[in-house]
Design a binder for this molecule. Structure first.
Ligand code: SF4
Length: 423
C-alpha cells in the first residue's frame, strides 16, 4: 500500500440525514448521548455540544414511551438552534412498539439502530424485526444492524455451537462465537433486504470488547459484504485505557481501509465532558492523516532541560484555544483545520520543529536566555519575552489564520489529508 494513498474497502453509500456513510466519503465521526432522552432540553443541549465538538451523527437512547415521545421535540429544538446533526435512535427490546406508538419519533430520526439479539425470540421476534425494518423503508430511513458480543442472539449461537460439535473439524468455542456475531449481522441484513429495505440503507456493526477479537471480526465481516461498517470497541473503558484500546483496534482496521463511521465508547470520568469521545475519534482520524478537524499542536514531551511548566501551560492553552475557536473558524476559515502549531520546550529541537510547523514557538529551557523565538512558515518572525508570551503568541496565531484562511488567503481550502480510493 502506498503511503500517500489509502485504499478503502468498497461499500454501498448510505445516506444518514445529510451525511453520507461509505467508501466514497470520509470516515464519519459519531457519538452517543448519556442523558435521559425523556429530558428533551438536556438531551438537545448535549447533542448540540457533541455536534459543536465535531460529532457528525449523534445517537440517542429510545427505550421508553417517555423517551420516544420527546424525540421530535428534541429534533425541533436542535433545528431551532441551527444544529442539523442527524439523530439515530438506539432501540432494543421494545423498539417496534415505540415506533408504532410514536410515529413522530419514527419520522424525526435519520437512522434506527436495531440489535438483532434484543428484538425478541422466535416468530414474535421476527415480526418485531420486520415491523421496524418496514417502518424504516416506509420513512426512507437508514438502519444500523448492530450486533453486540454481550447481547448475541442466543438461539443463533446455540444453533452454531451444536453444528460445530458434530462437525468433522470442530473449532474452538470462542471462534464459533465470533462467527456467530458475523452471521447474526449478515443474516439480519439479508432479512432486512428481503423485507424491502434497499442495501444502501444498511450499515453493520459487530462490537466486542477485546482489541484482537474486534480486528479479526471486522476483517472477516468486511470481506463478506459491501455494507458500510460502523467501528467501535464496546465497553472500551475509562481514561487512558479506553482511549488506547480504541485507538489500537480502530487504527489497524482504518489503515486496512475498513470502517466508514467510528464511535469511541469511553466511560466518562466523573465531571469530564461527554464530548471527550468526539475529540478522541477526531484525533485518531487526524493523527492517521485520514481527515483534518482541528489545528494540531505539536509539543515536545519536556525533559530535564526545561524544568518550568511554562511550555506545558502554553501547549495546553493553545490546544484549548484552537479547539474553542474551531466552532466559528470551521465555516469562517475553510482549511484552517490543517494548521499545524508547534510548542517546544528548549533550543535542542525547538527551532527545528518550529520551522517545520506553520507557526512555532521555541520556549527557553533551563539556563537559556528567557526569550522565545516565533517562526512563521519556517522564518523567524519575532522574539517574545516577558509575562505575556501566551497572549502575544495567540494573537500571532489569530493574525496568521485570518491572513491565510480568510477570503483570498493562500491556504484557504487547502486539505492536508491522505487521499482515499475505493478498492
Ligand atoms: S525540545 Fe528540549 S525540552 Fe523538549 S524534549 Fe527536547 S530536549 Fe527536552
Amino acid at each position: 500500500m502506498s503511503h500517500s494513498t489509502l485504499k478503502r474497502r468498497q461499500t454501498h453509500q448510505v445516506q444518514v440525514g445529510h451525511v453520507m456513510v461509505g467508501s466514497e466519503s470520509p470516515v464519519v465521526v459519531q457519538s452517543m448521548t448519556n442523558t435521559d432522552t425523556a429530558d428533551a432540553v438536556g438531551t438537545a443541549e448535549q447533542i448540540k455540544a457533541l455536534s459543536d465538538a465535531g460529532s457528525e451523527i449523534v445517537r440517542i437512547t429510545v427505550n421508553s414511551p417517555e423517551a420516544a415521545s420527546k424525540v421530535s421535540e428534541i429534533r425541533s429544538r436542535l433545528d431551532d438552534m441551527g444544529c442539523l446533526t442527524p439523530l439515530v435512535g438506539d432501540f432494543h427490546f421494545n423498539g417496534e412498539k415505540l415506533l408504532k406508538e410514536f410515529p413522530d419519533c419514527a419520522k424525526a430520526l435519520a437512522k434506527y439502530r436495531i440489535n438483532p439479539g434484543n428484538v425478541g425470540k422466535g416468530v414474535k421476534g421476527d415480526e418485531k424485526f420486520a415491523y421496524m425494518i418496514r417502518t424504516a423503508a416506509e420513512h426512507d430511513k437508514a438502519v444500523r444492524i448492530g450486533v453486540n458480543w454481550g447481547s448475541l442472539d442466543q438461539s443463533l449461537a446455540k444453533r452454531m455451537m451444536d453444528a460445530n460439535l458434530t462437525s468433522a473439524n470442530p473449532k474452538a468455542p470462542e471462534e464459533v462465537m465470533k462467527e456467530a456475531l458475523i452471521v447474526s449481522a449478515l443474516e439480519s441484513a439479508q432479512k432486512a433486504v428481503d423485507l424491502g429495505l434497499p442495501e444502501n440503507k444498511i450499515i453493520l456493526s459487530c462490537k466486542v470488547s477485546s482489541v484482537q477479537d474486534l480486528i479479526q471480526v471486522y476483517r472477516d465481516l468486511g470481506s463478506r459484504c459491501q455494507y458500510p461498517l460502523h467501528l467501535g470497541l464496546t465497553e472500551a473503558g475509562m481514561g487512558s485505557k479506553g482511549i488506547v484500546a480504541s485507538t489500537a483496534a480502530l487504527s489497524v482496521l482504518l489503515q486496512e481501509g475498513i470502517g466508514d463511521t467510528i464511535r469511541i465508547s469511553l466511560t466518562p470520568e466523573p465531571g469530564s465532558p461527554r464530548t471527550q469521545e468526539v475529540v478522541v475519534a477526531q484525533e485518531i482520524l487526524q493523527t492517521m492523516g485520514l481527515r483534518s478537524f482541528t489545528p494540531l499542536v505539536t509539543a515536545c514531551p519536556g525533559c530535564g532541560r526545561t524544568t518550568s511548566t511554562v511550555f506545558q501551560e502554553l501547549a495546553r492553552d493553545i490546544q484549548h484555544y484552537l479547539r474553542d475557536k474551531m466552532i466559528v473558524w470551521r465555516t469562517q476559515y475553510p482549511g484552517v483545520e490543517s494548521l499545524n502549531v508547534a510548542v517546544m520546550g528548549c533550543v535542542v529541537n525547538g527551532p527545528g520543529e518550529s520551522k517545520l510547523a506553520d507557526i512555532g514557538i521555541s520556549l527557553p529551557g533551563t539556563g537559556e536566555t528567557p526569550v522565545a523565538p516565533v517562526y512563521v512558515d519556517g522564518e523567524r518572525k519575532v522574539t517574545l519575552k516577558g509575562d505575556n508570551m501566551a497572549t502575544e503568541f495567540l494573537a500571532i496565531v489569530q493574525e496568521y489564520v485570518e491572513a491565510n484562511y480568510g477570503a483570498g488567503g493562500k491556504k484557504r481550502n487547502e486539505a492536508k489529508v491522505i487521499p482515499i480510493r475505493s478498492a
